[in-house]
Design a protein around this ligand. Sequence first.
Ligand SMILES: [Zn+2]
Length: 322
Amino acid sequence: MTKPLESSTQLVDDLFVIDASKSNADGMSFRPALRPGAPLLRRDATHLQVGTSPGIVIPDRPGLVDLLRLLDGARDVDRLVTIVRTTIPELTIPVADVLAELRAAGVVFDATRWSGAGRRGLDAEARHADFGGDDPDQLRRRPPYAVAVHSDAGSSRLATIVQSVLADAGIGNVDAHDPDLLVIVSCGEPSRAVFEQPVRLGLDHLPVVIDEDRVRIGPLVRPGLTPCVSCHDLHRADWDRAWPALLHQLGRHTVTMTPPAIDAATTHAAALEVTVEVLAHADGRPNRTLGRCLVVGPAHDDRTTWPLAFHHACTCDLLRAA
Ligand SMILES: [Zn+2]
């Protein structure tokens, strides 16, 4: 049975009952843009509709469609007032009041929140944040942020996808020599020597291990502050007595190793989860892989996590106490 559209569509019936105290308080220096990704449609003889999921219905009035077509996010309200005065004389109520009410109804957004100094290349990210009620200003750390993604022969495809998505998300440098975060991707557990330098430099680093038919992400290590890869190994040695002997051999036999059993969908899913971790680190939001490992696979939508505590015998714990 089809649900009647009327019950799911937001009808803004009291629009244009002007409340001067409300419309003037909003400030009129914004650059109006129509609701992101939403088409402007005629619903019936007396109503317009913006968007289809479910859509916002607004009563039509003379000149309103022409005004809405002018809202490109580039013109500010003063400019629109000037244009309307000469080209849309049939619109009789003040443009600023119409726009304030449409903005309150979610039909109109302020494009100044999506761009500006220090936000180049972040328009889509900013629209997404604004649409969800978040402050697009939280994205300001992405353009100056630098990440390095190191990989080996068996993991280079995953690394390339991660860099591509990070670039789309507005990260300024995805191949940095002096990064804010080092992502170490490997096919099979890597030699522990690869973690020595980031620990010594105090550089935040994220291990990503393609392991048979799945991908382990984490722990994200902030040296001295969060549980590290050595903590991980010491916990493993607690229940697997041979682990110290195996550790010394890691990373040596990748040439003779059969390639992993990861399909394209799981590779992309894992790359996406890595990207989410890097973006959280860039934006200063909480990471899921601090003191925790996240596993993607075998299926693209399989996720497993487990916590990782400091190990009492690890020197990183001593660093923390110092
Ligand atoms: Zn440790």
